[in-house]
Design a protein around this ligand. Structure first.
Ligand SMILES: NC(=O)C1=CN([C@@H]2O[C@H](COP(=O)(O)OP(=O)(O)OC[C@H]3O[C@@H](n4cnc5c(N)ncnc54)[C@H](OP(=O)(O)O)[C@@H]3O)[C@@H](O)[C@H]2O)C=CC1
Ligand SMILES: CC(=O)N[C@@H](CCC(=O)OP(=O)(O)O)C(=O)O
Length: 347
């Protein structure tokens, strides 16, 4: 029942979170952690908190040797870089789960426009399955290349998908106000993530230009079966982990918050990681910290007939590495919660 797994990009934040979570997985043997910058080093020399618990020596990317015994490869590399390594692994017949944005957008031109990079090869793009289990479970089961969703799209889509079944909802009325912790930017320092810039500050960034806009629209278009243009503004906030999306949708029929809550609960009946709040209760990022949960609240403003939806995730878990492991579980026919069923860390 055990599968052999490798992580590529082992010293980045996503890679490190994969290592932490895979260590708790009963059916996984972490055979290799591949690092371009630190190969040959023991992991605990770079990250002393791993000592005596996960003892690995970092491998270099040597496709034939390091991946020989491996069944599944997690890629936690920057967008634009990942596609090249994924293509090599797929030539060897490896199952791949990619955390970057390289395989999420089905239209190559959209990828070029928003990521300003060359798109992945046509065959891999066509075969990649968008790894949002709550939407795509049946396709993920059969897939050998999973494009793990972006962090904001995970939070936004889980909050918005059930609205497609509410009569008279125009998805182009959707406004998403997103807030993220600084770990969302990865471990490399930039001026924006510098302590003196991000501490005691909340700041919008990539206004109207964020690469997750076409990803959210692509999935909403599938769900609503019509063209969708959304407004999305992300904000950097002074916390380490967490994504909170507060979203507004215009209603054209009269629906109560209680009716919507009932609808959301039946929509997510089989989805263990989505928790819908009772009326009047709203989640914060702390309610899901270090866990694979997505907590959702819904309210209706009867004065404006607008719905407010709040969705909270941990960007590194449900927004990246936890969801990637949820996808591994689905690909193997295991209970989706395997290795992930933990309480959020609180306070
Ligand atoms: N952080 C987050 O919350 C989320 C991240 N993602 C996506 O996951 C991926 C990883 O993100 P994250 O871990 O945060 O980023 P980091 O910058 O923390 O890590 C990326 C790692 O990739 C490796 N790497 C960097 N440049 C190159 C290169 N030119 N060639 C080969 N390897 C390289 C390095 O690890 P090494 O030297 O060890 O190989 C680096 O540490 C990205 O695509 C990101 O967009 C998706 C959702 C959420
Ligand atoms: C704080 C911060 O900068 N967060 C990043 C998260 C992006 C990410 O991880 O997404 P991709 O995988 O689509 O590149 C951002 O907003 O661009």
């Amino acid at each position: 029942m055990t599968v052999q797994v490798a992580v590529v990009g082992g010293t980045g934040y996503g890679g490190l979170e994969l290592i932490r979570l895979l260590h708790m997985h009963p059916y996984v043997e972490l055979t290799s952690v591949i690092s371009h910058s630190e190969s040959g080093e023991d992991l605990h020399h770079i990250y002393p908190h791993t000592k005596n618990v996960v003892e690995v020596n970092l491998d270099e990317w040597n496709i034939e040797e390091t991946l020989e015994e491996v069944d599944y490869v997690f890629f936690s590399l920057p967008s634009g870089i990942s596609q090249k390594y994924v293509a090599q692994a797929r030539e060897l017949g490896k199952n791949c789960i990619d955390l970057s944005g390289d395989f999420r957008l089905k239209q190559a031109q959209l990828y070029e426009d928003w990521y300003k990079n060359t798109p992945a090869n046509e065959k891999d793009l066509e075969e990649a399955v968008y790894g949002l289990p709550e939407k795509n479970r049946a396709n993920i089961e059969k897939s050998s290349l999973v494009a793990n969703p972006g962090c904001y799209p995970t939070a936004a889509l889980l909050g918005l998908l059930p609205m497609a079944e509410i009569e008279g909802v125009d998805p182009s009325s959707v406004i998403i106000d997103g807030k993220t912790g600084v770990s969302g930017a990865g471990k490399s320092l930039t001026l924006a993530t510098h302590f003196t810039e991000s501490n005691e500050n909340v700041k919008p960034y990539k206004v109207g230009k964020h690469q997750h806009i076409p990803e959210i629209e692509q999935l909403l278009e599938e769900q609503f079966a019509k063209e969708v243009n959304i407004t999305f503004t992300p904000h950097l906030t002074p916390m380490t982990r967490g994504i909170l999306c507060t979203m507004y949708v215009q209603l054209h029929n009269e629906v109560t918050a209680e009716e919507l809550i009932d609808h959301y609960r039946s929509f997510y009946e089989s989805d263990s990681f989505v928790r819908v709040r009772d009326a009047g209760s709203v989640p914060g990022t702390k309610d899901v910290y270090s866990s694979n949960f997505c907590d959702i609240a819904i309210d209706v403003d009867s004065r404006t007939n607008r719905v407010t939806i709040v969705s909270a995730i941990d960007n590194l878990v449900k927004g990246a590495s936890g969801q990637a492991i949820q996808n591994l579980n689905i690909m193997n026919g295991w209970d989706e919660r395997t290795g992930l069923w933990t309480l959020p860390m609180y306070p």
